[in-house]
Write a protein that binds this ligand. Structure first.
Ligand SMILES: Nc1ncnc2c1ncn2[C@@H]1O[C@H](COP(=O)(O)OP(=O)(O)OP(=O)(O)O)[C@@H](O)[C@H]1O
Ligand SMILES: [Mg+2]
Length: 481
């Protein structure tokens, strides 16, 4: 009979190790265990197991460090990491550092055997394949893409796998699903992260200007081109260029983009010198590009060039299990960014959020949480604190609500529009005094009557704030309802 396969499992919990032993151990499979990363590494060097399964939270050094050490020792080591906390960062880092797979612990009863069998097969294949050097960089990064759904875990794994390659990436998904966030993550985890990440929204720039935005122009290239201008391609030399809403790029420009993709060459508008840029392209669209290609509004050759790696972001309604985690994350984010107190969500409020279909996806959830925090009347958010619908709707519910909506509006224009609409529906309004009163009231509500923080939010001194409170007749009851 063949030599038994060996699996090394490293986890601090002995109960867990026993369970894995029971699941995987057999006449043909030997399971050895260790409870610390030190012992795990020694066992690895001694036994050279076929597969290493390790928890990320280990001491004295982490599972990720163990992965790095093990792969330094044997670049072909097949390592599966697992965690009960599976942060985005650890999933991306693990895949980038060459882990074979990453499993969330709660899925282990269903996935353990499948993943380990796949890992054993990969190891068997590896024995005949050529070796490659692992990439060994470890970066610090705030955990800013949240998601525990299977679909999002796939996205994180993909980001980890493609970050280091130079291949163009195409990110698709509905509006508000996190395409830009993923584009930034790809740059952040790539070898280009010390150079610029430059984003350009192809849909937001008029066609005549887009070419000069992308490629720059020479002095006098067209009326108004008073000086030479460097374009986004040149700006992102050595870094990443994010072509957002690529589906809206005019056909004429698509050909020029193709040329840069093929041989890195382009010219400034009005210039006849050929320039070169070393740029990694990440593109995104919420259009169905296959359909655009069929309609001949998108060049087929460019499509195939860009579509080398595809990251598809699922709409939030198809991963409602992420709503809870995202809601918690945004509660924390809003507290930190907007100087508001950290609120709690009641179970009932969470259920309301989980039952919603989120046509605006994660962005809509983020805005909903922000508005809820601003308008909340206690530290615990209940279903009646959850304001659904577009910002404008709450303009009719009073000035403070309008200010709250404006505070979370996407653009200054829409913030002003919300405020004006609310002002117009108030009889005999004098715009500026009205705004001043509503802003003061808003700040007092948002800070639960904390004058120091309210003054800070408004950018005035506490003494000035006191005067306004008096002048506007703002009482405690108005502030803390
Ligand atoms: N998984 C996530 N975790 C945390 N925040 C997220 C996540 N997905 C999206 N967001 C947040 O939601 C908002 C919208 O994300 P983003 O701008 O990346 O979406 P998009 O797909 O580019 O949308 P659009 O097509 O409208 O441009 C951002 O504030 C982003 O930070
Ligand atoms: Mg976007």
């Amino acid at each position: 009979m063949d030599k038994p396969q060996t699996i090394l499992v490293v986890d601090p919990e002995t109960d867990f190790l026993e369970w894995v032993q029971h699941q995987l151990g057999s006449a043909t499979t030997k399971v050895i265990t260790a409870t610390t990363s030190d012992q795990g590494f020694q066992a690895f060097c001694r036994e050279m197991p076929d597969v290493l399964l390790a928890e990320t939270r280990l001491s004295p050094f982490s599972g990720l460090d163990l992965l790095v050490k093990v792969r330094q020792r044997d670049p072909n080591a097949v390592v599966v990491l697992m965690s009960g906390f599976g942060t985005t960062q650890s999933v991306i880092e693990s895949m980038k550092l060459g882990a074979f797979d990453f499993i969330r612990k709660e899925t282990l009863p269903f996935t353990l055997k499948v993943v380990i069998n796949a890992a054993l097969e990969a190891q068997a294949e590896m024995k005949t394949a050529t070796t490659h050097k692992p990439q060994l960089t470890v970066e610090e990064h705030q955990d800013s893409i949240v998601g525990k759904s299977v679909a999002m875990q796939q996205v994180f794994k993909m980001v980890g796998r493609v970050a280091h390659s130079e291949a163009p990436v195409m990110i698709t998904g509905e509006s508000g699903t996190g395409k830009e966030l993923v584009a930034r993550a790809i740059h952040h985890y790539s070898g280009r992260n010390t150079k610029a990440f430059v984003a350009i929204n192809c849909a937001a720039i008029p066609e005549q200007l887009l070419e000069s935005e992308l490629f720059g122009h020479e002095k006098g290239a067209f009326t108004g081109a008073v000086g030479m201008r460097v374009g986004r391609f040149e700006q992102s030399h050595g870094g990443t260029l994010f072509l957002d809403e690529i589906g809206d790029m005019p056909l004429a420009l698509q050909g020029k983009i193709l040329r840069v993709l093929q041989d890195g060459e382009f010219s400034r508008v009005g210039g006849n010198v050929t320039l070169k840029a070393d740029v990694r392209i990440v593109a995104a669209t919420n259009k169905n590009l296959e359909q655009e290609v069929a309609k001949r509004t998108f060049r087929e050759d460019l499509f195939y060039r860009l579509n080398v790696v595809r990251v598809q972001l699922p709409p939030l309604r198809q991963r409602l299990e992420d709503v809870r985690l995202l809601a918690e994350y945004f509660l924390q984010k809003v507290a930190v960014q907007k100087l508001l107190p950290r609120l709690q969500l009641s179970e009932e409020a969470l259920r309301v959020l989980e039952a919603h279909s989120w046509p605006g996806n994660v962005r809509e959830l983020e805005n909903t949480i922000q508005r809820a925090c601003v308008l909340a009347t206690s530290d615990l958010l209940t279903p009646r604190d959850i304001p659904f619908g577009p910002g404008e709707a709450s303009a009719t519910t009073g000035g403070t609500a309008a200010v709250a909506s404006a505070a979370v509006a996407q653009t200054t224009e829409s913030a002003i529009a919300v405020l004006l609409k609310a002002a117009q529906s108030t009889p005999d309004v004098q715009l500026l005094p009205w705004l001043e009163r509503e802003f003061t009231l808003y700040a007092m509500k948002a800070t639960k009557g904390n004058q120091v923080r309210a003054a800070k939010l408004l950018g005035i001194t506490r003494a000035t704030l006191r005067k306004r409170i008096e002048r506007f007749g703002i009482t405690k009851e108005l502030t803390i309802t």
